[in-house]
Design a protein around this ligand. Structure first.
Ligand SMILES: Nc1ncnc2c1ncn2[C@@H]1O[C@H](COP(=O)(O)OP(=O)(O)O)[C@@H](O)[C@H]1O
Ligand SMILES: [Mg+2]
Length: 397
C-alpha cells in the first residue's frame, strides 16, 4: 500500500483523484490545484508519491528548487514529446513521467513502481531459503533456527521459520516452545490453507522471527501434501522478508515442493567421506534431475576445520561446486543451547558458530538486496524516464 497526493489543474483533478482511488494499493492523501499548498500539505503528511500536473509546474517556476528537494518521489504528468515539459521534469528531479495521451493506463503501474510503500510493508515477495541435506545430524536444524534469527537481526525485517521435518521436527524444542498449533492443524481439514489460519498458527519465537511448527506426531505427517506446502510458502513469503525452511533428508513430494519453490537451497555438508558421497548424489539430482540453475544451490560446510582428514579444498573439488559458507565446530555450545531451548545466537552470541551464522545471514541479506536492486534496474531500463521524455529507445544494460 502507498499514499498519493495529486497536484493538478482543476480540469484534470477530479479524473485523476478518481483514478488514484481505483488503484487497489493506493490511498489518496489529498489533492490541490495550488502547487504551494500541495507542497505544504505534503510536508505535513509525507505521501508515498506526489503526482504533479506539468501545467502547474509551468506556472510555478519559482518553486522548482523546492520541489527538487522534497524527500518523497515525484511523478510528472505532461504532454508527450514536449521538450519544455521534459526540461521541467528533469529540473525538479522527477522520478518518472506519465504521458497525458495515455495516463489512464500508465497511472497505476507507474505510481506503484515509484511510490514508497507504507512503512512496515515489504514490497516484494520474501526470499525462500530451504536448508537441506542428504544426511541427518549434520546441523540442518541448528543452522535453520539460528539463521532465521540472524536474518531478522541483520535485515530488521520479519522472518518465518517453517519446520518441514514433518515426522520428527525439532525446531520448536530448539526455541523452547511447545506449540499449540502446528502444520498439521493447517492441513487436516483438507481445505486450502488461507492467510487467517496461517497467521493463527505462527508463533513469535524471537524478535521478528515467526515459527510454523512441525506436526506433533509422526502419524500426522501423512496428511501433509505438496500442495499445502506451496500454499503455505506462497503466503509466508508475502508477509516475511525471508522464509527459512528446515527439512528432513529425502526427495519426498513435500520436500520437492519446497525445493521447487525455493529461491535458494542451502545444502549442508560435513567434512567426512560418507556425507560427502551422499551430498554429491543429492547435487546431481538437483542439477541433472531437476535442472536447477547452478546458483539456486549453495553449499554450507558445517563443522569445517574439524580434523577429519578431509580438506575444504578437496570437498569443493569432489562436489564440483564452490563452498558458499563455512561454519566451524563449536564444541558443546550448540548442544547446550538446544538442551535449554534457548537458541545459540541469542544465548551465546559470541560463540564461533553464532558469529559465523550471523555473518552468513548478513551476506545473504546483502546478496538479496543486491538482487532486488538489479531486478529494479532491469525493469526501469526497459523504459527509462529519459527515453520516454525524448521518445528514444533506452540503451541496453
Ligand atoms: N557446528 C557445530 N558444532 C558443534 N555441534 C554442532 C554443530 N552443528 C550442529 N551441532 C550439533 O549436532 C547435532 C545435530 O544437529 P542438528 O541441527 O539437529 O542436525 P540435523 O537437523 O541435520 O539433524 C546437535 O546436537 C547439534 O547441537
Ligand atoms: Mg533436524
Amino acid at each position: 500500500m502507498f499514499t498519493v497526493y495529486v497536484a493538478s489543474r482543476d480540469e484534470l483533478r477530479n479524473a485523476l483523484t478518481v483514478a488514484v482511488k481505483n488503484i487497489p494499493e493506493a490511498i489518496l492523501n489529498g489533492s490541490s490545484s495550488d502547487l504551494r499548498q500541495a507542497l505544504e500539505e505534503c510536508a505535513a503528511e509525507v505521501p508515498g508519491v506526489l503526482l504533479i500536473d506539468d501545467a502547474l509546474l509551468a506556472q510555478n517556476i519559482g518553486l522548482f528548487e523546492k520541489v527538487a528537494e522534497v524527500p518523497y518521489p515525484v511523478v510528472v504528468l505532461a504532454a508527450p514529446a514536449d521538450a519544455q515539459a521534459a526540461r521541467r521534469a528533469l529540473t525538479i528531479r522527477a522520478k518518472d513521467f506519465i504521458s497525458l495521451d495515455r495516463w489512464a493506463e500508465d497511472l497505476g503501474p507507474i505510481l506503484s513502481r515509484v511510490a514508497v510503500p507504507i512503512q512496515g510493508e515489504t514490497r516484494e515477495d520474501g526470499r525462500v531459503l530451504v536448508v537441506f541435506s542428504s544426511k541427518g545430524g549434520v546441523g540442518k536444524t541448528t543452522i535453520a533456527v539460528n539463521l532465521a534469527i540472524g536474518l531478522a537481526k541483520a535485515s530488521h525485517q520479519p522472518v518465518a521459520i517453517m519446520d518441514l521435518d514433518i515426522q520428527f521436527g525439532d525446531v520448536a524444542p530448539m526455541v523452547g516452545d511447545a506449540p499449540l498449533v502446528t502444520l498439521y492443524d493447517l492441513v487436516k481439514s483438507g481445505a486450502p490453507v488461507d492467510a487467517e489460519m496461517l497467521k493463527r498458527a505462527l508463533k513469535r519465537v524471537a524478535n521478528n522471527v515467526y515459527m510454523l511448527a512441525a506436526p506433533e506426531n509422526p502419524e500426522e505427517a501423512d496428511d501433509v501434501r505438496a500442495e499445502h506446502i506451496v500454499q503455505i510458502l506462497q503466503l509466508l513469503r508475502e508477509t516475511h522478508a525471508y522464509v527459512v525452511v528446515d527439512t528432513a533428508p529425502g526427495y519426498t513430494d513435500v520436500n520437492v515442493a519446497a525445493f521447487d519453490f525455493a529461491d535458494t537451497i542451502l545444502t549442508v555438508c560435513t567434512p567426512d567421506v560418507v556425507t560427502l558421497r551422499t551430498v554429491g548424489q543429492a547435487l546431481q539430482v538437483f542439477y541433472d534431475g531437476f535442472h536447477y540453475p547452478k546458483d539456486k544451490v549453495q553449499i554450507v560446510l558445517n563443522r569445517s576445520g574439524s580434523r577429519t582428514g578431509v580438506e575444504t579444498a578437496d570437498i569443493a573439488q569432489v562436489l564440483q561446486s564452490p563452498i558458499a559458507y563455512q561454519l566451524p565446530s563449536d564444541g558443546a555450545f550448540p548442544v547446550r543451547a538446544a538442551n535449554e531451548g534457548h537458541p545459540l545466537l541469542l544465548q551465546f552470541p559470541d560463540s564461533a558458530l553464532s558469529r559465523a551464522i550471523y555473518s552468513m545471514a548478513s551476506e545473504l541479506v546483502r546478496e538479496t538486496q543486491g538482487r532486488s536492486r538489479q531486478e529494479s534496474k532491469k525493469t526501469s531500463a526497459k523504459r527509462t524516464l529519459f527515453a520516454r521524455l525524448t521518445g528514444r529507445k533506452p540503451k541496453e544494460v
